[in-house]
Design a protein around this ligand. Structure first.
Ligand code: SF4
Ligand code: SF4
Length: 500
Protein backbone atom coordinates (compact mmCIF):
# COMPACT_ATOMS: atom_id res chain seq x y z
CA UNK A 1 0.00 0.00 0.00
CA UNK A 2 1.23 3.52 -0.76
CA UNK A 3 -0.02 6.41 1.34
CA UNK A 4 -1.10 9.76 -0.17
CA UNK A 5 1.34 11.76 1.92
CA UNK A 6 0.75 15.36 3.02
CA UNK A 7 0.90 18.87 1.61
CA UNK A 8 3.98 21.04 2.08
CA UNK A 9 7.39 19.70 3.00
CA UNK A 10 10.35 19.45 0.65
CA UNK A 11 11.75 16.67 -1.48
CA UNK A 12 15.46 16.31 -0.79
CA UNK A 13 17.37 13.36 -2.17
CA UNK A 14 19.90 11.81 0.17
CA UNK A 15 22.84 14.16 -0.51
CA UNK A 16 25.35 11.43 0.42
CA UNK A 17 23.93 8.12 -0.90
CA UNK A 18 25.70 4.79 -0.44
CA UNK A 19 25.53 1.59 -2.51
CA UNK A 20 24.90 -0.62 0.47
CA UNK A 21 23.52 0.25 3.89
CA UNK A 22 25.77 -1.76 6.23
CA UNK A 23 26.30 -1.60 9.97
CA UNK A 24 29.83 -1.46 11.36
CA UNK A 25 30.25 -2.68 14.96
CA UNK A 26 32.37 -0.06 16.68
CA UNK A 27 35.14 -1.40 18.91
CA UNK A 28 34.57 -1.19 22.65
CA UNK A 29 35.43 2.38 23.71
CA UNK A 30 38.16 2.79 26.33
CA UNK A 31 35.90 5.15 28.30
CA UNK A 32 32.32 6.33 28.22
CA UNK A 33 30.72 9.52 29.52
CA UNK A 34 27.07 9.10 30.50
CA UNK A 35 25.01 12.27 31.16
CA UNK A 36 22.63 12.17 34.13
CA UNK A 37 20.18 14.67 32.67
CA UNK A 38 17.83 13.03 30.23
CA UNK A 39 15.67 14.68 27.61
CA UNK A 40 12.88 15.41 30.07
CA UNK A 41 12.34 15.08 33.81
CA UNK A 42 14.69 15.55 36.70
CA UNK A 43 18.39 14.69 36.71
CA UNK A 44 19.17 11.11 37.76
CA UNK A 45 21.09 10.60 41.02
CA UNK A 46 24.21 8.41 40.90
CA UNK A 47 23.98 5.12 42.79
CA UNK A 48 27.70 4.39 42.31
CA UNK A 49 30.80 6.12 43.63
CA UNK A 50 34.19 6.91 42.15
CA UNK A 51 36.29 3.73 42.23
CA UNK A 52 33.30 1.36 42.02
CA UNK A 53 33.54 -1.53 39.57
CA UNK A 54 30.49 -1.78 37.31
CA UNK A 55 29.18 -4.33 34.84
CA UNK A 56 27.70 -3.60 31.42
CA UNK A 57 23.97 -2.99 31.84
CA UNK A 58 24.22 -2.19 35.55
CA UNK A 59 22.10 0.74 36.78
CA UNK A 60 24.46 3.55 37.77
CA UNK A 61 21.96 6.39 38.28
CA UNK A 62 18.23 6.72 38.66
CA UNK A 63 15.39 8.98 39.71
CA UNK A 64 11.89 8.53 41.07
CA UNK A 65 10.52 10.83 38.36
CA UNK A 66 7.99 8.70 36.46
CA UNK A 67 8.99 10.39 33.19
CA UNK A 68 12.56 9.12 33.48
CA UNK A 69 14.38 5.86 32.95
CA UNK A 70 17.47 4.61 34.79
CA UNK A 71 20.98 5.20 33.42
CA UNK A 72 22.98 2.03 32.72
CA UNK A 73 26.70 1.43 32.40
CA UNK A 74 27.35 0.82 28.71
CA UNK A 75 30.66 -0.95 29.33
CA UNK A 76 32.16 -2.84 32.27
CA UNK A 77 34.96 -1.13 34.15
CA UNK A 78 35.61 1.44 36.88
CA UNK A 79 33.79 4.68 37.66
CA UNK A 80 36.56 7.28 37.38
CA UNK A 81 34.61 10.52 37.76
CA UNK A 82 31.20 12.02 38.51
CA UNK A 83 31.44 15.61 37.36
CA UNK A 84 30.36 18.27 34.87
CA UNK A 85 31.16 17.48 31.25
CA UNK A 86 30.10 18.91 27.90
CA UNK A 87 27.01 17.10 26.63
CA UNK A 88 25.50 16.97 23.12
CA UNK A 89 22.86 19.69 23.58
CA UNK A 90 22.19 22.87 21.62
CA UNK A 91 22.79 24.94 24.78
CA UNK A 92 26.48 23.94 24.57
CA UNK A 93 26.46 23.72 28.37
CA UNK A 94 28.03 21.21 30.71
CA UNK A 95 26.03 18.75 32.76
CA UNK A 96 26.68 16.13 35.44
CA UNK A 97 28.00 12.89 33.96
CA UNK A 98 29.40 9.57 35.15
CA UNK A 99 32.62 8.50 33.42
CA UNK A 100 33.55 4.81 33.28
CA UNK A 101 36.93 3.51 32.19
CA UNK A 102 36.71 0.16 30.41
CA UNK A 103 38.26 -3.02 31.78
CA UNK A 104 38.17 -4.40 28.23
CA UNK A 105 36.03 -7.35 29.38
CA UNK A 106 32.52 -6.13 28.56
CA UNK A 107 31.18 -8.24 31.40
CA UNK A 108 27.38 -8.06 31.51
CA UNK A 109 24.87 -8.21 34.34
CA UNK A 110 22.58 -11.23 34.26
CA UNK A 111 19.14 -10.47 32.88
CA UNK A 112 15.96 -12.41 32.38
CA UNK A 113 12.94 -11.10 30.52
CA UNK A 114 9.72 -12.67 29.31
CA UNK A 115 11.52 -14.92 26.83
CA UNK A 116 10.48 -15.48 23.23
CA UNK A 117 7.08 -16.83 24.33
CA UNK A 118 6.22 -13.38 25.69
CA UNK A 119 2.42 -13.74 25.56
CA UNK A 120 2.38 -15.25 29.05
CA UNK A 121 3.71 -11.93 30.46
CA UNK A 122 1.11 -9.36 31.47
CA UNK A 123 1.40 -5.95 29.90
CA UNK A 124 2.37 -4.12 33.11
CA UNK A 125 5.36 -6.46 33.52
CA UNK A 126 6.40 -5.67 29.94
CA UNK A 127 6.05 -1.92 30.49
CA UNK A 128 8.14 -2.25 33.67
CA UNK A 129 10.87 -4.09 31.71
CA UNK A 130 10.79 -1.35 29.06
CA UNK A 131 11.20 1.32 31.73
CA UNK A 132 13.89 -0.57 33.66
CA UNK A 133 15.82 -1.18 30.43
CA UNK A 134 16.00 2.55 29.76
CA UNK A 135 14.07 2.62 26.47
CA UNK A 136 13.28 6.07 25.05
CA UNK A 137 12.30 7.38 21.61
CA UNK A 138 15.40 6.81 19.49
CA UNK A 139 14.14 8.87 16.55
CA UNK A 140 15.32 12.07 18.17
CA UNK A 141 12.58 12.90 20.68
CA UNK A 142 14.00 10.89 23.58
CA UNK A 143 10.56 10.61 25.19
CA UNK A 144 10.45 7.57 27.53
CA UNK A 145 8.61 4.71 25.83
CA UNK A 146 6.94 3.39 29.01
CA UNK A 147 5.22 6.75 29.57
CA UNK A 148 3.98 6.84 26.00
CA UNK A 149 2.67 3.26 26.27
CA UNK A 150 0.88 3.94 29.54
CA UNK A 151 -1.07 6.70 27.80
CA UNK A 152 -1.86 4.46 24.84
CA UNK A 153 -3.35 1.38 26.50
CA UNK A 154 -6.36 0.24 24.49
CA UNK A 155 -5.59 2.45 21.50
CA UNK A 156 -6.91 1.23 18.12
CA UNK A 157 -3.82 1.75 15.91
CA UNK A 158 -0.12 1.42 16.45
CA UNK A 159 2.14 3.24 14.00
CA UNK A 160 5.77 2.18 13.68
CA UNK A 161 7.73 5.07 12.26
CA UNK A 162 10.31 3.65 9.84
CA UNK A 163 10.81 6.91 7.99
CA UNK A 164 14.19 8.53 8.40
CA UNK A 165 13.67 11.82 10.18
CA UNK A 166 16.10 13.69 7.90
CA UNK A 167 17.74 13.39 4.48
CA UNK A 168 21.13 11.72 4.74
CA UNK A 169 20.31 9.82 7.94
CA UNK A 170 20.36 6.04 7.39
CA UNK A 171 20.39 4.51 10.86
CA UNK A 172 16.74 3.34 10.83
CA UNK A 173 17.10 2.04 7.27
CA UNK A 174 20.15 0.04 8.39
CA UNK A 175 18.32 -1.27 11.45
CA UNK A 176 15.31 -2.46 9.39
CA UNK A 177 17.58 -4.20 6.90
CA UNK A 178 19.67 -5.95 9.56
CA UNK A 179 17.14 -6.66 12.33
CA UNK A 180 13.81 -7.30 10.49
CA UNK A 181 12.82 -10.27 12.68
CA UNK A 182 13.39 -8.28 15.89
CA UNK A 183 11.41 -5.33 14.51
CA UNK A 184 8.41 -7.50 13.58
CA UNK A 185 8.53 -9.30 16.96
CA UNK A 186 8.83 -5.88 18.64
CA UNK A 187 5.66 -4.76 16.85
CA UNK A 188 3.88 -7.91 18.06
CA UNK A 189 4.96 -7.09 21.63
CA UNK A 190 3.60 -3.56 21.22
CA UNK A 191 0.30 -4.92 19.85
CA UNK A 192 0.08 -7.14 22.94
CA UNK A 193 0.83 -4.24 25.31
CA UNK A 194 -1.44 -1.64 23.73
CA UNK A 195 -4.27 -3.93 22.67
CA UNK A 196 -4.33 -2.14 19.29
CA UNK A 197 -6.27 -3.93 16.55
CA UNK A 198 -3.63 -3.22 13.93
CA UNK A 199 -0.12 -1.91 13.41
CA UNK A 200 1.18 0.04 10.42
CA UNK A 201 4.90 0.13 9.70
CA UNK A 202 5.52 3.27 7.62
CA UNK A 203 8.60 3.21 5.36
CA UNK A 204 9.65 5.75 2.75
CA UNK A 205 9.40 4.48 -0.84
CA UNK A 206 13.15 4.89 -1.47
CA UNK A 207 13.95 2.20 1.14
CA UNK A 208 13.05 -0.88 -0.89
CA UNK A 209 15.58 -3.21 0.79
CA UNK A 210 14.24 -2.40 4.23
CA UNK A 211 10.66 -2.80 2.98
CA UNK A 212 11.43 -6.20 1.43
CA UNK A 213 13.31 -7.41 4.54
CA UNK A 214 10.37 -6.62 6.81
CA UNK A 215 7.89 -8.04 4.30
CA UNK A 216 9.78 -11.33 4.33
CA UNK A 217 9.55 -11.66 8.13
CA UNK A 218 6.01 -10.40 8.56
CA UNK A 219 3.49 -13.23 8.86
CA UNK A 220 1.09 -11.37 11.11
CA UNK A 221 -2.16 -10.22 9.47
CA UNK A 222 -2.52 -7.41 12.03
CA UNK A 223 0.74 -5.82 10.81
CA UNK A 224 0.65 -3.85 7.57
CA UNK A 225 3.62 -2.33 5.77
CA UNK A 226 2.91 0.99 4.10
CA UNK A 227 5.25 2.89 1.80
CA UNK A 228 5.01 6.65 1.98
CA UNK A 229 6.47 9.16 -0.48
CA UNK A 230 10.05 10.12 0.35
CA UNK A 231 9.51 13.66 1.42
CA UNK A 232 10.85 15.63 4.32
CA UNK A 233 9.19 15.85 7.01
CA UNK A 234 7.12 12.72 6.60
CA UNK A 235 8.50 11.36 9.88
CA UNK A 236 6.87 14.07 12.02
CA UNK A 237 4.34 12.22 14.15
CA UNK A 238 1.24 14.34 13.47
CA UNK A 239 1.95 14.46 9.72
CA UNK A 240 2.46 10.72 9.61
CA UNK A 241 -0.85 10.09 11.39
CA UNK A 242 -2.61 12.46 9.00
CA UNK A 243 -1.00 10.79 5.95
CA UNK A 244 -1.73 7.22 7.09
CA UNK A 245 -5.06 7.50 8.88
CA UNK A 246 -6.40 10.89 7.81
CA UNK A 247 -6.69 11.80 11.50
CA UNK A 248 -5.88 15.37 12.52
CA UNK A 249 -4.19 15.85 15.88
CA UNK A 250 -5.13 19.34 17.01
CA UNK A 251 -2.67 21.95 18.16
CA UNK A 252 -1.48 20.91 21.62
CA UNK A 253 -3.26 17.54 21.29
CA UNK A 254 -1.75 14.05 21.57
CA UNK A 255 -1.98 11.04 19.27
CA UNK A 256 -3.19 8.95 22.21
CA UNK A 257 -6.26 11.23 22.50
CA UNK A 258 -7.30 9.86 19.11
CA UNK A 259 -6.50 6.24 19.93
CA UNK A 260 -3.18 6.18 18.07
CA UNK A 261 0.33 5.50 19.37
CA UNK A 262 3.57 5.98 17.41
CA UNK A 263 6.89 4.32 18.10
CA UNK A 264 10.13 4.75 16.24
CA UNK A 265 11.40 1.59 14.51
CA UNK A 266 14.71 1.58 16.45
CA UNK A 267 12.81 1.97 19.72
CA UNK A 268 10.67 -1.00 18.65
CA UNK A 269 13.80 -3.14 18.28
CA UNK A 270 15.03 -1.91 21.69
CA UNK A 271 11.61 -2.78 23.17
CA UNK A 272 12.01 -6.29 21.75
CA UNK A 273 15.37 -6.64 23.56
CA UNK A 274 13.92 -5.20 26.77
CA UNK A 275 10.88 -7.48 26.89
CA UNK A 276 12.43 -10.72 25.64
CA UNK A 277 15.75 -10.50 27.50
CA UNK A 278 15.31 -7.47 29.79
CA UNK A 279 18.41 -6.22 28.02
CA UNK A 280 19.23 -2.60 28.88
CA UNK A 281 19.72 -0.08 26.08
CA UNK A 282 23.49 0.43 26.04
CA UNK A 283 24.16 1.02 22.34
CA UNK A 284 22.57 2.49 19.23
CA UNK A 285 23.17 2.82 15.49
CA UNK A 286 24.53 6.20 14.41
CA UNK A 287 24.95 7.44 10.83
CA UNK A 288 28.20 9.28 10.13
CA UNK A 289 27.70 11.24 6.92
CA UNK A 290 28.65 14.42 5.08
CA UNK A 291 30.72 15.50 2.09
CA UNK A 292 34.05 15.01 3.88
CA UNK A 293 33.80 11.21 4.14
CA UNK A 294 32.28 7.99 2.86
CA UNK A 295 29.04 7.62 4.89
CA UNK A 296 28.77 4.71 7.35
CA UNK A 297 26.37 3.38 9.97
CA UNK A 298 27.98 2.35 13.23
CA UNK A 299 26.54 0.43 16.16
CA UNK A 300 28.27 1.99 19.14
CA UNK A 301 28.09 1.98 22.93
CA UNK A 302 26.37 4.98 24.48
CA UNK A 303 28.79 7.45 25.99
CA UNK A 304 31.57 6.78 23.45
CA UNK A 305 32.84 10.00 21.92
CA UNK A 306 31.84 11.30 18.48
CA UNK A 307 35.55 10.98 17.59
CA UNK A 308 35.39 7.27 18.36
CA UNK A 309 33.05 6.64 15.41
CA UNK A 310 34.19 9.44 13.10
CA UNK A 311 37.59 7.74 13.16
CA UNK A 312 35.97 4.63 11.62
CA UNK A 313 34.98 6.56 8.47
CA UNK A 314 37.30 7.50 5.65
CA UNK A 315 37.48 11.22 6.29
CA UNK A 316 39.44 13.57 4.02
CA UNK A 317 42.14 15.71 5.63
CA UNK A 318 40.58 19.11 4.98
CA UNK A 319 39.13 21.44 7.61
CA UNK A 320 35.64 20.40 8.72
CA UNK A 321 32.31 21.63 10.04
CA UNK A 322 30.46 19.28 12.36
CA UNK A 323 26.77 18.95 12.95
CA UNK A 324 24.74 16.50 15.04
CA UNK A 325 21.19 15.31 14.47
CA UNK A 326 20.66 15.99 10.77
CA UNK A 327 21.23 18.65 8.14
CA UNK A 328 17.78 20.27 8.65
CA UNK A 329 16.98 20.17 12.35
CA UNK A 330 20.43 19.39 13.66
CA UNK A 331 22.82 21.60 15.61
CA UNK A 332 26.29 22.78 14.58
CA UNK A 333 28.90 21.69 17.10
CA UNK A 334 32.41 22.85 17.86
CA UNK A 335 33.74 19.75 19.58
CA UNK A 336 33.72 16.09 18.53
CA UNK A 337 34.67 14.88 22.00
CA UNK A 338 30.98 14.94 22.98
CA UNK A 339 29.47 11.63 24.15
CA UNK A 340 26.96 9.73 21.99
CA UNK A 341 23.61 9.59 23.75
CA UNK A 342 20.33 7.79 23.05
CA UNK A 343 19.07 10.46 20.64
CA UNK A 344 22.32 10.83 18.66
CA UNK A 345 21.12 9.43 15.33
CA UNK A 346 23.58 11.20 13.02
CA UNK A 347 26.83 13.14 12.88
CA UNK A 348 27.63 15.19 9.79
CA UNK A 349 31.21 15.92 8.85
CA UNK A 350 31.38 18.47 6.03
CA UNK A 351 34.16 20.40 4.37
CA UNK A 352 34.40 23.82 5.96
CA UNK A 353 32.32 26.49 4.21
CA UNK A 354 31.25 30.02 4.94
CA UNK A 355 27.54 30.37 5.52
CA UNK A 356 25.79 32.71 3.02
CA UNK A 357 24.77 36.07 4.44
CA UNK A 358 20.99 36.54 4.79
CA UNK A 359 19.42 39.08 2.42
CA UNK A 360 16.14 40.99 2.48
CA UNK A 361 12.89 39.01 2.21
CA UNK A 362 11.63 39.35 -1.36
CA UNK A 363 8.14 38.13 -0.44
CA UNK A 364 8.32 35.24 -2.87
CA UNK A 365 6.04 33.09 -0.69
CA UNK A 366 8.14 29.93 -1.15
CA UNK A 367 8.24 29.38 2.61
CA UNK A 368 4.44 29.47 2.86
CA UNK A 369 4.16 26.71 0.26
CA UNK A 370 6.84 24.57 1.91
CA UNK A 371 5.52 24.66 5.47
CA UNK A 372 4.19 21.13 6.18
CA UNK A 373 1.99 22.26 9.07
CA UNK A 374 0.24 25.01 7.09
CA UNK A 375 1.76 28.05 8.80
CA UNK A 376 2.67 31.33 7.11
CA UNK A 377 6.42 31.58 7.85
CA UNK A 378 6.73 34.86 5.95
CA UNK A 379 4.22 36.59 8.25
CA UNK A 380 5.69 34.88 11.30
CA UNK A 381 9.11 36.15 10.27
CA UNK A 382 8.01 39.80 10.17
CA UNK A 383 6.33 39.59 13.55
CA UNK A 384 9.16 37.60 15.15
CA UNK A 385 11.67 40.11 13.78
CA UNK A 386 9.77 43.01 15.36
CA UNK A 387 9.32 40.93 18.56
CA UNK A 388 5.55 41.25 18.29
CA UNK A 389 4.83 38.00 20.10
CA UNK A 390 1.04 38.52 20.29
CA UNK A 391 0.92 38.66 16.49
CA UNK A 392 3.18 35.58 16.28
CA UNK A 393 0.76 33.73 18.51
CA UNK A 394 -2.12 34.79 16.24
CA UNK A 395 -0.19 33.08 13.43
CA UNK A 396 0.14 29.88 15.53
CA UNK A 397 3.82 30.18 16.29
CA UNK A 398 3.66 27.31 18.78
CA UNK A 399 2.59 24.88 16.03
CA UNK A 400 5.93 25.37 14.27
CA UNK A 401 7.86 22.08 14.47
CA UNK A 402 11.12 23.84 13.52
CA UNK A 403 11.60 21.49 10.58
CA UNK A 404 13.49 24.18 8.59
CA UNK A 405 11.62 23.50 5.31
CA UNK A 406 11.09 27.27 5.11
CA UNK A 407 14.84 27.89 5.53
CA UNK A 408 15.60 25.35 2.83
CA UNK A 409 13.48 27.06 0.17
CA UNK A 410 14.24 30.67 1.10
CA UNK A 411 16.15 32.36 -1.78
CA UNK A 412 17.27 35.08 0.62
CA UNK A 413 19.01 32.60 2.95
CA UNK A 414 17.11 33.87 5.96
CA UNK A 415 17.41 31.63 9.00
CA UNK A 416 13.67 31.75 9.68
CA UNK A 417 13.76 28.93 12.25
CA UNK A 418 16.20 30.92 14.32
CA UNK A 419 13.65 33.77 14.48
CA UNK A 420 10.90 31.31 15.43
CA UNK A 421 12.92 29.66 18.21
CA UNK A 422 13.79 33.12 19.52
CA UNK A 423 10.11 34.18 19.40
CA UNK A 424 9.09 31.01 21.24
CA UNK A 425 11.72 31.63 23.92
CA UNK A 426 10.51 35.23 24.24
CA UNK A 427 6.91 34.06 24.52
CA UNK A 428 7.94 31.60 27.22
CA UNK A 429 9.74 34.34 29.09
CA UNK A 430 6.83 36.76 28.74
CA UNK A 431 4.39 34.07 29.89
CA UNK A 432 6.65 33.33 32.86
CA UNK A 433 6.99 37.05 33.62
CA UNK A 434 3.22 37.46 33.33
CA UNK A 435 2.78 34.44 35.58
CA UNK A 436 5.13 36.00 38.13
CA UNK A 437 3.28 39.34 37.86
CA UNK A 438 -0.06 37.55 38.30
CA UNK A 439 1.26 35.71 41.35
CA UNK A 440 2.69 38.96 42.82
CA UNK A 441 -0.62 40.75 42.16
CA UNK A 442 -2.60 37.89 43.69
CA UNK A 443 -0.32 37.96 46.74
CA UNK A 444 -0.72 41.73 47.05
CA UNK A 445 -4.51 41.52 46.67
CA UNK A 446 -4.67 38.72 49.20
CA UNK A 447 -2.54 40.71 51.65
CA UNK A 448 -4.79 43.75 51.19
CA UNK A 449 -7.84 41.58 51.66
CA UNK A 450 -6.30 39.99 54.77
CA UNK A 451 -5.41 43.37 56.29
CA UNK A 452 -8.88 44.69 55.52
CA UNK A 453 -10.47 41.58 56.99
CA UNK A 454 -8.29 41.79 60.14
CA UNK A 455 -9.20 45.44 60.53
CA UNK A 456 -12.89 44.71 60.09
CA UNK A 457 -12.78 41.76 62.46
CA UNK A 458 -10.87 43.80 65.03
CA UNK A 459 -13.35 46.67 64.87
CA UNK A 460 -16.27 44.21 65.04
CA UNK A 461 -14.63 42.56 68.03
CA UNK A 462 -14.06 45.93 69.69
CA UNK A 463 -17.67 46.90 69.04
CA UNK A 464 -18.90 43.61 70.50
CA UNK A 465 -16.62 44.01 73.53
CA UNK A 466 -17.74 47.60 74.03
CA UNK A 467 -21.36 46.59 73.79
CA UNK A 468 -20.87 43.74 76.25
CA UNK A 469 -19.05 46.05 78.62
CA UNK A 470 -21.82 48.59 78.36
CA UNK A 471 -24.41 45.97 79.04
CA UNK A 472 -22.42 44.67 81.96
CA UNK A 473 -21.97 48.12 83.37
CA UNK A 474 -25.65 48.84 82.94
CA UNK A 475 -26.45 45.55 84.58
CA UNK A 476 -23.97 46.15 87.36
CA UNK A 477 -25.38 49.62 87.83
CA UNK A 478 -28.92 48.23 87.88
CA UNK A 479 -27.88 45.52 90.32
CA UNK A 480 -26.19 48.07 92.62
CA UNK A 481 -29.32 50.21 92.62
CA UNK A 482 -31.50 47.23 93.35
CA UNK A 483 -29.14 46.09 96.08
CA UNK A 484 -29.18 49.54 97.70
CA UNK A 485 -33.00 49.61 97.68
CA UNK A 486 -33.12 46.07 99.03
CA UNK A 487 -30.63 46.95 101.76
CA UNK A 488 -32.62 50.12 102.69
CA UNK A 489 -35.84 48.12 102.78
CA UNK A 490 -34.18 45.53 104.96
CA UNK A 491 -32.93 48.21 107.33
CA UNK A 492 -36.39 49.81 107.53
CA UNK A 493 -37.93 46.40 108.14
CA UNK A 494 -35.41 45.65 110.87
CA UNK A 495 -35.95 49.07 112.56
CA UNK A 496 -39.69 48.47 112.49
CA UNK A 497 -39.25 45.10 114.07
CA UNK A 498 -36.92 46.47 116.72
CA UNK A 499 -39.37 49.26 117.63
CA UNK A 500 -42.36 46.98 117.78
S1 SF4 B 1 10.16 25.61 10.53
FE1 SF4 B 1 8.10 26.04 11.24
S2 SF4 B 1 7.36 27.65 9.92
FE2 SF4 B 1 9.17 26.75 8.92
S3 SF4 B 1 8.34 25.23 7.55
FE3 SF4 B 1 8.81 24.16 9.47
S4 SF4 B 1 6.92 24.25 10.68
FE4 SF4 B 1 6.69 25.73 8.99
S1 SF4 C 1 11.03 32.30 1.29
FE1 SF4 C 1 12.35 33.85 2.19
S2 SF4 C 1 12.27 35.53 0.74
FE2 SF4 C 1 10.56 34.21 0.21
S3 SF4 C 1 8.83 35.05 1.41
FE3 SF4 C 1 9.74 33.49 2.66
S4 SF4 C 1 11.17 34.61 3.94
FE4 SF4 C 1 10.69 35.94 2.24
Amino acid sequence: MLSKGFSGGVIIDNPYPVDQVDIIQAPLPSRVVLPLQQRIGEEAKPCVEIGDKVLTGQIIAQTEDVFCVPIHASISGTVVSIDQQLIPHKSGLKSNCITIESDGQDEWIETQGCGSDFLHCDRQTMIDYIQQSGIVGLGGAGFPSHTKLHKALDCHTLIINGTECEPGVMCDDALMQHYPREVIRGVEILLHITGAQKAIIAIEDDKQEAYQSLLMFNHNSRIELVQIPTKYTSGAEKLLIKALLDIEISSGGFAADKGVVCQNVSSTKAIYDAVIEKRPLVSRIVTVSGNALVPINVEVRLGASFDHIISLAKVNNKEHDYRMGGMMMGVDIESTSLPICKITNCIFVNNKTTKPQPKECIRCGNCNIACPVGLLPQQLYWHAKSENIDKCMNYNLMDCIECACCNYVCPSDIDLVNYFSFAKALHKKQTLDQHRIDIARERFEFREHRLERNKRERSEMMATKKKALKEKMAKDKGNTQKDKIAQAMARIKKTKEDNA
